[in-house]
Design a protein around this ligand. Structure first.
Ligand SMILES: Nc1ncnc2c1ncn2[C@@H]1O[C@H](COP(=O)(O)OP(=O)(O)OP(=O)(O)O)[C@@H](O)[C@H]1O
Length: 383
């Protein structure tokens, strides 16, 4: 039996993960990363529920103050990204740099173990080559592998996902059978920051001052005014405030000119895109193109595509080109493209690059903003 540190958010999933491992005879230590300044779900009620769970099961419980790390790696990253016209995906970045990495460090340094577990719905297997593979969860509705594409081999080697083989309904049933007080706790519906602030816009409004500009069509004709490009996302149709005979969508965010570019659905279609900060997971970085099924958003259907690996020599920042079998609408710079094989193995993923739209004269934005580009926080939340 092993000593395992289980990340506890205070929700039913991590409660069951901890209880199951405990019932299997492992020496379980509950750990909550205190992430948010202000009273977020995980950081007030969540900690109380996690502490209660550990008391009920007789587990040691730890809280690690990770608020500064979360602020630097997630809040600043989001604010800088949105101000540059990209729509960053915080969850995969959070998993790699705020949760799994630091949790593993803490487990090794303070708790004398290199094993961690979470309530994520995904599965880890080991190939004959010794490589750790990430697979979709058995419960496809709950599958969270998309958010885990950026984990390193070291992190996967240390991690367990006890819920990967079961459905959410089974998790709730186990929680009820074990009498866990979190059994009936409602599902979180959105990003933790969105849940805390009510909406992504309300969160961003705390950091980014309004910066009105033009809404233009793809040939540059001004159609209206916007309140700041951070209020918009690629593919958005509602809330543009423009009367047009045909439906218009946001097809690009031009930070350099502070413009929102709109067009008909066909003008927002792309047959390929660049991907940066690629992480190859279940297979070693390939030297030649790979046929894949790719997801360009968490809930989007997987689509057939070919990944062409680029800059293989640069192991720290490999990039790739994705060529879709059919043109795709709604490719959003900053979101993750995550690719799988025909079964359920997550092969790799990376961040969709800002595209060059010659017609709209867009400037390229960086997905990895320099810290000094982060605007001063006009009204930061109270710690
Ligand atoms: N603040 C935190 N500290 C430690 N571990 C966390 C924290 N937040 C999330 N986790 C871990 O990551 C897993 C997935 O987190 P996510 O936010 O997706 O929650 P979830 O799927 O709603 O799960 P839960 O029901 O446990 O809240 C959790 O089950 C938990 O193990």
């Amino acid at each position: 039996m092993s000593k395992i540190v289980v990340g506890l958010s205070g929700g039913v999933d991590s409660s069951v993960a901890a209880a199951v491992l405990h019932n299997q005879g492992h020496d379980v230590i509950g750990l909550t990363l205190w992430l948010m300044k202000g009273k977020g779900q995980c950081c007030s009620e969540g900690m109380v529920d996690a502490a209660q769970l550990c008391a009920d099961l007789g587990l040691r419980y730890e809280v690690v103050d990770s608020r500064e790390l979360f602020e630097q790696n997630i809040v600043d990253y989001l604010v800088a990204g949105y101000s540059q016209g990209v729509t960053p995906l915080p969850c995969s970045q959070c998993n790699r740099t705020v949760k799994f990495g630091p949790m593993l460090d803490y487990a090794r340094t303070h708790l004398d173990t290199d094993q961690i577990a979470t309530g994520h719905y995904a599965r880890i297997t080991r190939a004959d080559t010794g490589r750790y593979e990430l697979r979709r969860a058995v419960d496809r509705q709950k599958d969270q592998s998309y958010f885990l594409y950026d984990l390193t081999q070291e992190q996967l080697a240390a991690s367990r996902f006890p819920l990967g083989e079961q459905t959410k309904a089974e998790t709730r049933r186990v929680a009820a059978e074990l009498g866990l007080h979190t059994a009936e706790k409602p599902e979180s519906q959105d990003l933790c920051l969105v849940e805390q602030h009510g909406s992504m816009q309300k969160f961003l409004d705390r950091y980014l001052a309004p910066k009105p500009g033009d809404i233009v069509d793809t040939s540059g004709v001004v159609l209206g005014q916007h309140r700041g490009i951070h209020h918009y996302t690629i593919g958005q149709r509602k809330g543009l405030g423009i009367a047009a005979p045909q439906p218009l969508y946001v097809v690009a965010l031009d930070a350099a000119r502070n413009r929102v570019v709109v067009g008909e659905r066909t003008s927002g279609q792309q047959s390929e895109c660049g991907v940066q900060r690629v992480n190859w997971v279940s297979i070693a970085p390939p030297q030649s193109p790979v046929r894949v099924q790719v997801q360009i958003r968490y809930r989007s259907a997987a689509i057939a595509a070919t990944v062409i690996p680029l800059s293989v020599a640069d192991a720290l920042a490999p990039s790739a080109r994705l060529i879709f079998d059919e043109p795709q609408f709604g490719l959003t710079p900053g979101q993750a493209a995550v690719w799988y094989d025909e079964t359920d193995r997550l092969l790799g993923g990376g961040l969709i690059e800002p595209f060059q739209t010659a017609a709209a004269g867009l400037a390229e934005a960086s997905l990895v903003p320099a810290p000094q580009t982060v605007p001063q926080n006009p009204k930061a939340p109270e710690p």
